[in-house]
Write a protein of this length. Sequence first.
Length: 215
Amino acid sequence: MLLYAITDRQQLPGGDKIAAVSKFVAAASLAGIDYIQLREKDLAPRQLELLACACMERVRQAREQGSKTRLLVNSRCDIAMACGADGVHLRSRRSGEMPAGDARAILAMAGMAHAVIGASCHSLEDVLLAESEGADFAVFGPVFGKAGMAGMGLEELRRVCARERPGMQVLALGGVSAANARDCARAGAAGVAGIRLFQQSELRGVVRSLREGIP
């Protein structure tokens, strides 16, 4: 079960939200999260770069203690290259985002041939396109409804995960909790992703619960 934490500084406690992100990344890296997506997309480029560098340093420090967490920067190949991140997370192609293959080529030119590339997907067609373009995994959702928004449901997640000749892992996003994560796994998801799932929980506790409850 892959665990994918997404940052949102506005949902973190404390007055210094930038410092809060770096602190969360450090804690998540030590708690056993597989991937962290730095998603502070409203920050100015230079501010985002500085934050990404600080977060990547936290990840490196955690690796000295055995962590295997990898940091992905939302959408920005240039900032991922500048801070030596492990890869990028791309928005859905319907938003005008570049193809995964293009992102991989850009990163390879900077010596990051083994970069990880995730892609946001909101339909089976999105997943098939991301897969054909070489993304390493898709984050699919919203699976469960929340805040007045209807989710696509477990049956749609199951249909996506059971697509013909699947070669790319799919992670479930959107209203995922420790209580329903097992249902996502039974539907075929390789993991779960979320903001509140990890930011608004006792981090080590929720990671332990997910690891113990789902193979």
